[in-house]
Design a protein around this ligand. Structure first.
Ligand SMILES: C[S@@+](CC[C@H](N)C(=O)[O-])C[C@H]1O[C@@H](n2cnc3c(N)ncnc32)[C@H](O)[C@@H]1O
Length: 453
């Protein structure tokens, strides 16, 4: 890599933006990589790995720093704590970077900030930790179980308590370790445009491996290349970056040729585009979202897909639109949620979201459902989904919906792979759990509107 010093400066700026100024991490990383498009693949993935890794391991890194430093991390200058965090991440979790290089680079970086006089402190603390790395001790597992899990997996304690309460002690550690595992991105191959084997062949000639993913024929894993989106095959809409859980949710809607589908929380458009393939050109997909910021992205994705049977409109799903009343054969409500199912790809969510946010989101989801159920035809289907793992936004909302609206839950079993069928899928819902299932954490529920309503 030619530009190593600058890379560390870029990494530092991303971490300052995300950890000190509240910017969303993955969006910031992607925007910076777009800006520095001239960097080579290796340099781009160096930036991405350190930024995402440092944030993912934040609680652990701060715990180690606090165990060795007289000044607690929270009282350090922002520049200093973030230089220490990313340097320590490289030393403890990346074998390819030698300790001496890490310390030297941390000193250089400190000297390039307003805190240049603290370069000695940074150097001394890092070297001391690295000399004594075998003395790093986790909190006591027996006496402080929650703190132990929190530090070991860098997960806030309230999330650990909630996972334990909602999913049980046995699943807890499986979930936590799987959330921090490095996994490849999944893609959905658009089988309406290209056969999977053909795409596998084309990409392998470019040095990019596709390997078969779980559950569905169109699902593959793709090598972690930093700039997937610049591939010609991506731009042609031959494949989409989409987790298998998302694909399964669209299939659970049971969309038929010529159906009219409404996707009421659609941005960036992943499910709408899959739905457009399933309705065929004689069907139509009306995609809506209330976010002006995401409008360009949705339109870009729709155009890239080449499907002419999708339209997009800015619309708030909590506000009634008479023109849509009882018009949808299938309505997809992929609601805004706390996102605990996608922590693997968006590690900063765990530090942003609170229990109160979950409660507010559950209320928003109910407001959306209460409004959009009006748009489903008698006998039509409503598919509710979230990318989170908790009761309050998922099965509790399903129970509430069933009790208050003229819909019946309907079994998912004829739409989902055999391996996923279970008692709840017969009752119309499925909670996919990271580490237990081979997917993101995700929730799917299917309802049918009563014929005479
Ligand atoms: C989970 S994301 C949807 C992902 C999308 N279905 C896909 O598969 O690509 C939830 C979306 O809900 C949108 N949203 C939040 N509040 C909304 C509201 N009141 N009305 C409509 N959309 C809303 C957000 O902008 C966000 O894009």
């Amino acid at each position: 890599m030619k530009t190593e010093v600058n890379l560390r400066k870029i990494i530092h700026e991303i971490l300052m933006e995300s950890l000190e100024n509240g910017a969303y991490l993955t969006e910031t990383v992607n925007a910076v990589l777009d800006k520095f498009d001239y960097l080579d693949k290796k340099e781009k993935s160096f930036i991405k790995i350190i930024c995402l890794g440092t944030v993912e391991k934040l609680i652990y890194l701060d715990y180690v720093l606090d165990s060795f430093s007289k000044i607690p991390v929270r009282k350090m200058k922002a520049d200093i704590r973030n230089i220490l965090r990313s340097s320590l991440y490289q030393a403890l979790f990346m074998e390819s970077v030698p300790d001496s290089a890490i310390c030297n680079e941390a000193v250089k970086l400190t000297k390039s900030t307003k805190c240049r006089s603290l370069s000695g402190f940074v150097n001394g603390l890092l070297r001391n930790i690295l000399r004594n790395r075998d003395k790093i001790k986790l909190p006591d597992e027996k006496n402080e179980a929650n703190k132990y899990y929190s530090v070991k997996y860098s997960m806030p304690q309230w999330i650990i308590e909630q996972f334990r309460k909602d999913f049980g002690k046995e699943k807890l550690e499986i979930m936590l370790s799987s959330i921090n595992e490095k996994k490849k991105n999944m893609i959905r191959i658009d089988t309406g445009k290209i056969k999977p084997n053909k795409l596998v062949g084309i990409l392998s000639k470019k040095g990019i491996n596709l390997t078969k993913g779980p559950y569905l024929d169109e699902c593959y894993y793709i090598d972690n290349v930093a700039d997937i989106q610049s591939l010609e095959e991506f731009k042609k809409g031959f494949f989409y970056i989409q987790d298998v859980s998302s694909m399964i949710s669209v299939l659970s809607a049971g969309i038929k040729k010529e159906d009219t589908v409404f996707d009421v929380c659609a941005a960036p458009g992943g499910k709408s585009i899959f739905a457009a393939l399933l309705t065929g050109e004689k069907g139509q997909v009306k995609a809506f979202d209330n976010s002006f910021f995401k409008e360009d992205k949705v339109n870009y994705n729709i155009e890239k897909s080449g499907y002419k049977n999708i339209s997009f409109e800015i619309k708030d799903a909590t506000i009634y639109d008479k023109n849509l009343e009882k018009k949808a054969d299938v309505l997809i409500c992929d609601a805004p949620c706390s996102g605990l199912g996608v922590l693997r790809r968006k590690p900063d969510i765990r530090y942003r979201i609170t229990k109160e946010d979950e409660e507010n989101l559950a209320l928003l989801q109910r407001n959306i459902l209460k409004n959009v159920q009006n748009y489903v035809k008698p006998g039509g289907v409503l598919l509710y989904s979230t990318c989170t793992m908790n009761h309050i936004e998922n099965d509790e909302n399903v129970k509430w919906f069933k009790e208050n609206f003229p819909f019946e839950p309907e079994s998912l079993d004829s739409f989902i792979p055999k391996e996923l069928q279970c008692d709840t899928t017969k009752e119309g819902y499925l909670q996919l759990i990271t580490g237990i299932h081979q997917s993101d954490g995700f929730f799917i529920a299917r309802f049918r509107r009563k014929e005479n309503d």
